[in-house]
Each structure stands twice: as C-alpha cells, then as structure tokens.
Design a protein around this ligand. Sequence first.
Ligand SMILES: Cc1cc2nc3c(=O)[nH]c(=O)nc-3n(C[C@H](O)[C@H](O)[C@H](O)COP(=O)(O)OP(=O)(O)OC[C@H]3O[C@@H](n4cnc5c(N)ncnc54)[C@H](O)[C@@H]3O)c2cc1C
Length: 414
Amino acid sequence: MSVVDVLVVGAGPAGAAAAIHAADTGLEVLLVDAATFPRDKTCGDGLTPRAIHSLARLGLADEVTRDYRNKGLKLRGFGGSVTAPWPEGHYGTVGSAMPRTEFDHLVVRAAVARGATLWEDATATAVTREGRSIGEVTVRHGGVDKQVRARWILVADGVRSTFGKLLGREWHRGEVYGIAARSYCTSPMSTEPWIHSDVELLDDTGTVQPGYGWIFPLGDGRVNLGAGALSTDARPAKVNTKKLLAHYAARKRQEWQLGPEQDVASALLPMGGAVSNVAGPNWMLIGDAAALVNPLNGEGIDYGLESAEMAVGLLQEGRDLTLVWPHLLRETYGEAFLLARTAARLLTYPTFLPLVGPLGLRGPVGAVIMPAAARLMGNLITDEDRDLIARAWRLSGAAVSRARRDTPLWSTTA
Ligand SMILES: Cc1cc2nc3c(=O)[nH]c(=O)nc-3n(C[C@H](O)[C@H](O)[C@H](O)COP(=O)(O)OP(=O)(O)OC[C@H]3O[C@@H](n4cnc5c(N)ncnc54)[C@H](O)[C@@H]3O)c2cc1C
C-alpha cells in the first residue's frame, strides 16, 4: 500500500501540470500513466498564447518557445482570408507548436524534477468506495497490482477516461463532438511563423464538411497537417477523417511542398464540457476527461493546463469537491463553452456552412467576421477584453446559457 497526498491518474499535459502545481505546494504526489514516456498522442500540436501563458506559470514557456514560435493564425475559406496576429493582451503574443511526443515528455520530466513520483506502465484499474469518496485505487504497475491510498485523486486520463467512467463520468454524445486526424509531413516551410486553418474543408466529392483543415508548422523540418469534422448523434459526420486528411494534404501539397503524410492517426474529441459527474468528495476530473476542449477549434492543451492549476488551488481549501468543482468549471468556462457548442452544432447542419460560409467570410462582412473568427479559434477572448467583439461574444454567451439551462454541462446526477 502506497499512501500519498495526491494521486494523479494520467500524465498528459493536464495530469503532469497538476503534479507540478501540487508538488510545488509541498504535497506528496504520485503520478501514474498507462504508457511509458516518451509516448505519442494524436494532436495538432498547436500551443496558443493561452497555453504558453499557463506554461510560463509552470516555468516551462522558455523551453517550449526556444526553437519555434508563431505569431498568429492565417484563416482561409469560401473566398475570404485573414492574417490575424495573436492579439496583445492577457495571454501575450507568443504561440508555438511542439510534437506531443516531446511536449508531454518535457512536462512529465518537469513534474519529476519538482518532486512528484512517476510510475510508468501503470494503469489505474479499480477503486474502493468509502461513501461517495474514493478509498483505495488499484494501479497495475509493470504487471503487478498495487494499492494506493490518497487524500485526493485527480483524474486526467484523457478523452476516453476509462478510469473516470468507473467513477460515474458520463459523456453526452447528443452534444457536438469532434473527430479528427493528424499527420506529419516534411516541408521547407516548417519555420513559417503562422499557423494555418482552412474552414472550407472539402471531401473527395467536393462536398463541404463541417470542420476545418489545419497546417501547424513545427520548426523542425515538418508540419502537423490534419483535418477534423464536427458531429452529433443526430447528425453524425459521414466522413472518414483519414481520407479527408489525405484529400486536404493533396490540395495543399504544392503550396507547402509537402512530403508524404506520415504517422496518420485519428481520435475523438468530447467538447465543451458535455460530460456529467466530474467530481466526488475527494476527486476531480481535469483536462479532456472533463471535456475541456473548445468546440470551435478542438484545442484542449490550454484548458488542460488551466484546469490542473484550478483543481490544485481547490485542494488547499480542504472542501468536499462534489459540487464545488463543477460549479467552478461552469463559472470559468460555462458561457463560452455553451455558446461555442451551440455555434458548432449549427455547423453540423449540412446546409448551414455552404450557405453562410460564402456570405460571411468574404467581402465587407468577411472583413469584420474573419478577424473575430480568428480570435475565437485562438481561444483568445478573455473576461478582461472590452472591445465590441468580446462584448458581443459574452452577451451571446449569457443569452445562450439562459436559453439552454437544461443542457448537460458538468452536471451532477448522483
Ligand atoms: C486530432 C486532434 C488534434 C488536436 N489538436 C490540438 C491542438 O493543436 N492544440 C490543442 O491545444 N489541443 C489539441 N487537441 C486536443 C488535445 O490533444 C487534448 O485536449 C489534450 O491532449 C488533453 O490533455 P489531457 O492531459 O487531458 O489528456 P491526454 O493528453 O490524452 O493524456 C491522458 C493520459 O492518461 C493516460 N491514461 C489513460 N487512462 C489511464 C489509466 N486508467 N491509468 C493511467 N493512465 C491512464 C494516457 O496514457 C495518457 O498519457 C487535439 C486533439 C485531437 C484528437
């Protein structure tokens, strides 16, 4: 039996960041992951200024931005285009991109350097309950079952959250979710300082799909190229994302002088807080496990890092976390996520994007909408922003929240 203050299940960005924050406050931390690092994770590898801001709080921003930095987003589609530098403001103007094999390893190494104990090849498989609290956790470590008792358990086991499911986590597929594929391609433009998104994503029949294609330069002779589509149970995206990716790569090959797509991998993305039962008296779900992914761009590293810091902040208060944690998530992200989820849901209607895209994204309307869209796609509107777009976004968020009170948003069903 191992006894620690904090057990963190999953050592992706959310779990490893939580381990760092907890160790920094003097807690004894055990970080366990089913994989052995370095390990791959299907991702676009993009790090917005919002993520860099959180990495700075972990003391890791310099390492992540040393070899490659980007300045903003180039967004294209339906005859419109905009180059949107990362805006001055709360998060700073530096973005980056780093293959997850390297990035996640870096954050895990930092967690160990700061005092956390790491078990690799260690899968959390079972729990005993003491009332609604977790008593002991069984961790299969190197083929041997070990018991761990912790005062708090932070669950950062990613999109499928198999451990979270044991605790009652439920994912609502009636809400919008993403399916996406990524690849790596060589390109002489890999030091290009802009990330690129195409919102007019065509399949091989020329039909517009609800989603976007991206090329995120990595600065190491390669780019991360991918394509993602939005889906709901009622209107499932009828696309093979790997084929969509191949088609997108073919369209971009000449412009970017792309090598063949390598390491193609696809994954699901629950989004916008569309999960229930994310906490109990002594446990919380963070990162993807809590569906902390922006429905308008599929980004979740920044929210994973932020939720890690917020969760550790709550531990200090010593309260029952069952209602406190979902309440804090709703306060922090509720309106923005619900609005983004509602907007993303509209995109899943097959007629919406082909109709609205050409009208909205080019000409005089496009000149206003494209920069706003770029800010939204960069997760870069904050509560401190007072400009027209930010105000309109917040007002719409409040209105949608009132209208969709019953929609699942980190709800508690126990
Ligand atoms: C195709 C695609 C593109 C994306 N592009 C971007 C992007 O460009 N930028 C961005 O910010 N986000 C992007 N995202 C989202 C991003 O990948 C996630 O939001 C992010 O990885 C969440 O981090 P996490 O730590 O919560 O989970 P993960 O990174 O998934 O880590 C979970 C960890 O838990 C471990 N684990 C699972 N179960 C157990 C268990 N029972 N016991 C022990 N360990 C366990 C796993 O081995 C894994 O290491 C993308 C996602 C996809 C699918």
